[in-house]
Design a protein around this ligand. Sequence first.
Ligand SMILES: C[S@@+](CC[C@H](N)C(=O)[O-])C[C@H]1O[C@@H](n2cnc3c(N)ncnc32)[C@H](O)[C@@H]1O
Length: 185
Amino acid sequence: MLEVLFSLVFVLFIVYAQSSWVIILSWVALVVLLLPGLYSMIKGAPYIPSTKNRIEAILKLGDFGEGDRVIDIGCGDGRVIRAVANGGVGSAVGVEFSIPTYLLAKIQSKLRGKGEKVYYKDFWKMGFSEHDVIVCFLLDSSMKEFEEKIWPNLAKGTRVISNEFQMKGVETLDREGQVFLYVKK
Ligand SMILES: C[S@@+](CC[C@H](N)C(=O)[O-])C[C@H]1O[C@@H](n2cnc3c(N)ncnc32)[C@H](O)[C@@H]1O
């Protein structure tokens, strides 16, 4: 979503710039910006930040403690992982693949973070053996893919907290409204 706004700026450069260098660089920036954003939207979910109520529900269901290593896959601007880190956990990590959204999360974590780490990564291409809790806010289609590809490989005891979208073939252990908790058996 954010990349759409940034892209409009580059489109204006392309349309109105006088220098061919500015036009070429604007095209390059446009492609570099748009491709990961499009991939994230299609393969994961567009950037829609969790509301305050949903973040509270995630914290309640997570009941996080010092020993928990929490990751938000597709962390957006990092608001969820910051809230998790604020409460005190073993580690709080956010991964994001859309460039502007990643930068937003990274800058905020540097400026007023509580120790959370934000990485530029595609969560479909990573392992989760170093995490006990996975938080996500994806889509029905990507949640189905998560259930098929990531869920079977998680270690026993790993918790998954999903905002809005359910894993339809996995028993829900608990829920707070539209936020769902799963535990790998
Ligand atoms: C609905 S937003 C949720 C943002 C944040 N977790 C929250 O709850 O406020 C989904 C985010 O996932 C990111 N995303 C989608 N696919 C991704 C992927 N394969 N790897 C990393 N991030 C991805 C999107 O760019 C978007 O920012």
